[in-house]
Design a protein around this ligand. Structure first.
Ligand SMILES: Cc1cc2nc3c(=O)[nH]c(=O)nc-3n(C[C@H](O)[C@H](O)[C@H](O)COP(=O)(O)OP(=O)(O)OC[C@H]3O[C@@H](n4cnc5c(N)ncnc54)[C@H](O)[C@@H]3O)c2cc1C
Length: 298
């Protein structure tokens, strides 16, 4: 820990030693040395400019794709709040703050009969997380609809990057380390209100029947290897329902891990590694984590 180096002042909220578990989807994880909630983009820029280089920066959104390890995260953990959640509807596009939820963005688009963003309605993260992860579902992803994203760099510069400069690939981007996505512009097309609403309803029903959406989970644990489904490999390796402590491979969708009660981050990560080992043993295929694991073990 770097407790003797003080972070710069903030107009927003700066808290010391905040346990992150309760704000993650998995409900696991240790404390952030500093939890930083800037009030607006100028506050964030000022903070980044004044932040000594020795202090590492970690950004979290809705923490729906994260395991925060039990020993917590040293340095500054930045979480954007209300000042970054505006949604502005333009003629052919929508600009959304990075803290807005994907579902809120999809609902705004639907309300003005714009199509193309329906797939976001089933992804429980924020717009910032969606850009950073190139979130996708049902044959689409952020790279198909993004025009640009604005980021505040580790040194406090505000930069607008076009979709091509963001290096979006399968569940990844090249958002520079320590940079914070603050808002993004998504291109939309005119659509039929009823068809859009029906599509979103269909997505909701399909997810509820195939994924443990009400459980403490982190979504897909492993990326699908090229032309394969991670869940099929996991199933074939006999891992459906596999447990470690209160961490379990979902019976419903075996690329999802769930915290059935008092699992720790170590239980979840250990279970994931056990699945990787068994899949490699039975199929020879190496699974790669899609879930980001951040921080240090207890
Ligand atoms: C039930 C369930 C279903 C899911 N289904 C899908 C799905 O269909 N498709 C899919 O793609 N994902 C899915 N996910 C995973 C997850 O919702 C997405 O990856 C989402 O985009 C993550 O957003 P987040 O705000 O929660 O980011 P977090 O989980 O908080 O962070 C994920 C990564 O994004 C970075 N990040 C977050 N915000 C910012 C920011 N403002 N600036 C820079 N970096 C940032 C973090 O540093 C981290 O590396 C699912 C998750 C759950 C729990």
């Amino acid at each position: 820990m770097i407790a003797d180096i003080a972070p710069p002042a903030l107009r927003g909220r700066l808290q010391r030693d905040v346990v992150l578990g309760p704000i993650t989807w998995f409900r696991v994880g240790g404390a952030a040395e500093y939890l930083v909630k800037p009030i607006d983009v100028d506050d964030l820029r000022q903070f980044m400019r004044g932040l000594p280089h020795e202090i590492p920066v970690t950004v979290i959104g809705a923490a729906s794709n994260l395991i925060v390890r039990d020993g917590g995260i040293s340095g500054a953990v930045i979480k954007l709040g209300r000042g970054f959640s505006d949604i502005i509807v333009e003629e052919n596009a929508i600009i959304a703050g990075a803290a807005a939820l994907d579902i809120t963005l999809a609902e705004h688009a639907a309300a003005v009969a714009r199509t193309g963003l329906e797939f976001l309605s089933g992804i429980p993260g924020t717009v910032g997380g969606a850009v950073a992860m190139n979130a996708g579902a049902y044959g689409s992803d952020v790279s198909h609809i993004l025009d640009w994203a604005e980021i505040v760099t580790r040194s406090g510069e505000l930069i607008r990057l076009g979709v091509k400069d963001l290096g979006l690939g399968y569940r990844r981007s090249q958002v520079p380390p320590g940079a914070v996505v603050t808002q993004a512009r998504f291109l939309t097309q005119s659509g039929d209100l009823k068809i859009i609403a029906a599509r979103m309803q269909e997505i909701k029903a399909s997810r509820e029947s195939t994924q443990p959406v009400r459980a403490r989970t982190g979504g897909s644990t492993f990326a699908n290897p090229p032309d394969m489904k991670a869940w099929e490999l996991i199933d074939a390796a006999g891992c459906r329902g596999l447990r470690r402590g209160d961490a379990q491979i979902s019976e419903l969708h075996c690329n999802f891990m769930i915290n059935t009660g008092a699992a720790t981050a170590a239980d979840l990560e250990g279970l994931g590694e056990e699945v990787r080992r068994r899949v490699a043993e039975t199929s020879g295929i190496e699974l790669h984590w899609e879930i980001k694991r951040i921080g240090v073990p207890a």
